[in-house]
Write a protein of this length. Sequence first.
Length: 346
Amino acid sequence: MLILGIESSCDETAASVINGQGDKIVVLSNIVSSQIDIHKKYGGVVPEVAAREHVLHAIPVIEEALLQAGLTRKTAAKKLSAIAVTAGPGLITSLITGTETAKSLAFAWSLPLVSINHVEAHTYANFIGNPKIKFPALILTVSGGHTLLVLMTDHGAFKIIGETIDDAAGEAFDKAAKLMDIGYPGGPIVSKFASEFTQTPNKYPKIVLPRPLLHKPNFNFSFSGLKTALLYQLQKDKNWQKRIPEYCHEFEQAIVQTLVAKTIKAAEKYKIPTIMLAGGVSANSALRFALQEAVSKQLPKTQLILPDLKYTTDNAAMIATNGYFRFKNKQQTDYKSLKADPNLAF
Ligand code: KG4
Ligand code: ZN
């Protein structure tokens, strides 16, 4: 069956059509209109500007997604089975553009709607192209707003076993980049500088940052102190501008090592057959590499699934895929009951 997905929770307007058959998902189109270049000059997302951009791009992005999937405005009503849309969490003014657009289309085309939680949807990036996932799965969800370790026992059955007690991993990357004034969004920029680092030149002492909560007997994370530790080291170091790759490398390693160690510990404790990575930070190559290495060395029997890079940051293919599995479970709604909720709980 064909599902149209719509995403507008932050600064990406996205639409996608997927074809779901059993557990097999084929992405027919995946259109993302990013506002990064607009928000860059403000050093972060400006909600009012984001909402206006969503309004301008929602229909053209959806139309393109339909066209690439071989649908037209005329055939969409007949060929689609449902429309899935992000209801939260996110910026309320951004969310409303997506939900109201989806509601209008559902009304006009007499289609059911599926309300999607953006954080849950990131998990579903892993189901694209991977029809045989064994439950229970352990998901490390790392994005700009969330850092979670989640047990997934079935479709729609999630239990949080650990989370950040302050900043999210993506947020930490973004704040570190701001401290070093190297650009926005911070994750990909810090990661690029980090990859340029080879070794500490002899004339400088090695930079060492903390690995927060690494040895605590729980699955929680904390990244706010790490950012403060970075700030103090930058303030003490007269040469910090010459050492940005090294600072980025150490900062990235502090985050990656903590995330990987806790994920492995949780997988051991819960005897998990499958580990998945989700959220924007799952695009980070150091994290992907370190997790692959740790799983193959410490848990060789565990299946590790990494999402395709194009489905790591915000997109609508993950929304449509999540919508497909929810629709199969009869978790649909109609245009009257669907509501955007900026604080929608996972
Ligand atoms: O999932 P996402 O696109 O939006 C939210 O739902 O928050 O995640 C965005 C976050 C940003 O904080 C961004 O800096 C981070 O993901 N990110 C990365 C990388 N690409 C995006 N962090 C580290 N390395 C990357 N390559
Ligand atoms: Zn996201």
